[in-house]
Ligand binder design. Structure first.
Ligand SMILES: [Zn+2]
Length: 155
């Protein structure tokens, strides 16, 4: 069983997804391209790590983008044999005019739910484990916004 209890959503952006989103949002590619900007190939200090995380910020400013990235994060974690994934993100970091903090959270949670559902369906076909995914925010209060897997839904 694989558990990932603390990972940042921005670190899961696929370079090809960033390129797609950037093209649709009019965001220029970073120097060296998205693969170079988003992927770390060797250990580095926190400053370098945060620069890679921040490289994803320009392409996460829409509901469609946030939803897609969250869904793909869960898909990639499931493919990496992760059974539980807890993603953190800062809603205020990605909020823009017309894409407010509640919209950011809702889009991320929708993506996590889609990814969890797809991972569950895939694992049912292969008799593997299911992947619950949870979202939590990096707001100052660090409140947990949602647990999206039906087994963990609190309502
Ligand atoms: Zn962290």
């Amino acid at each position: 069983m694989g558990l990932n209890l603390h990972t940042h959503l921005e670190g899961w952006v696929r370079p090809e997804t960033a390129a797609d989103l950037a093209a649709s949002m009019g965001v220029p590619a970073p120097d060296g391209g998205w693969e170079h900007a988003l992927r770390m190939t060797e250990p580095a200090d926190l400053t370098v790590f945060l620069a890679h995380v921040a490289a994803a910020y320009p392409v996460l400013g829409s509901a469609e983008a946030m939803r897609r990235v969250a869904r793909e994060a869960v898909e990639d974690a499931a493919a990496d044999r992760c059974d539980y994934l807890e993603l953190r993100f800062g809603p205020s970091t990605h909020a823009r005019p017309g894409f407010d903090i509640p919209d950011v959270i809702a889009a991320a949670c929708a993506g996590l739910e889609e990814g969890s559902r797809a991972a569950t369906e895939a694992s049912t076909r292969t008799a593997g484990s299911r992947l619950p995914a949870a979202a939590s925010t990096s707001c100052p209060t660090r409140w947990e916004c949602s647990r999206v897997h039906p087994d963990f839904r609190s309502t």
